[in-house]
Design a protein around this ligand. Structure first.
Ligand SMILES: [Ca+2]
Ligand SMILES: [Ca+2]
Length: 189
């Protein structure tokens, strides 16, 4: 009898500890969910982040191909062009980067019309130096940013004369939407 009683007692004990363990797991998960979700959604409101905007970018507006002279002087102008969908006054200027480089200064003017294939997606040796446009103003304001030539050259690393490179611009729309764009340069030595 006493053996059976002990067995029953230990079974009850096991059940109790199982319930306790389950309760602990549930509470732990609930805590994780509550606190995790609160702090996470406060920093990254993923449900309300608008989709990425692909913007037309024009390096050296008015020129195509866009030669990047290694031994040249002066800053390099890069424009994010306004479109029907993108009002450039809605771009957070302090968020703009070219290959992670911060612009020296910026201004808003109408300098160019977007290349009709500005959403092109080719890479490597398929990129052509004439994947750009030299068309001038189109009635829509553009955001022009000026970057240090030295910083661009440092960012792209070692190059040879005639190399064709794709440079990327990233920024943030005031709505929170990420903005990306690209243009082609030809290295000249
Ligand atoms: Ca250009
Ligand atoms: Ca324009």
């Amino acid at each position: 009898m006493s053996g059976k009683g002990t067995k029953m007692k230990s079974q009850v004990g096991m059940k109790k500890s199982l319930v306790l363990s389950l309760t602990f797991v549930v509470v732990a998960f609930a805590t994780l969910i509550i606190f995790g979700t609160v702090s996470w959604s406060a920093d990254y409101p993923t449900s309300s982040v608008p989709p990425t905007i692909i913007a037309p970018v024009d390096i050296k507006p008015g020129y195509c191909p866009n030669s990047l002279e290694v031994y040249g002087s002066g800053d390099v102008s890069v424009a994010i062009l306004g479109t029907q969908e993108l009002d450039v006054s809605e771009i957070a200027r302090d968020s703009v980067r070219l290959q992670e480089i911060t612009p020296l200064r910026s201004e808003r003017r109408d300098v160019a019309k977007p290349f009709r294939l500005y959403k092109w997606q080719v890479s490597g040796n398929k990129v052509k130096e004439d994947y750009c446009t030299d068309e001038g103003p189109d009635g829509k304001f553009d955001l022009i940013l000026y970057f240090s030539r030295e910083e661009i050259l440092k960012a792209v690393g070692s190059t040879r004369d005639g190399d064709i490179l794709v440079l990327r611009v990233t920024a943030r729309h005031k709505s929170g939407a990420p903005i990306v764009g690209q243009d082609v340069v030809v290295i000249q030595k």
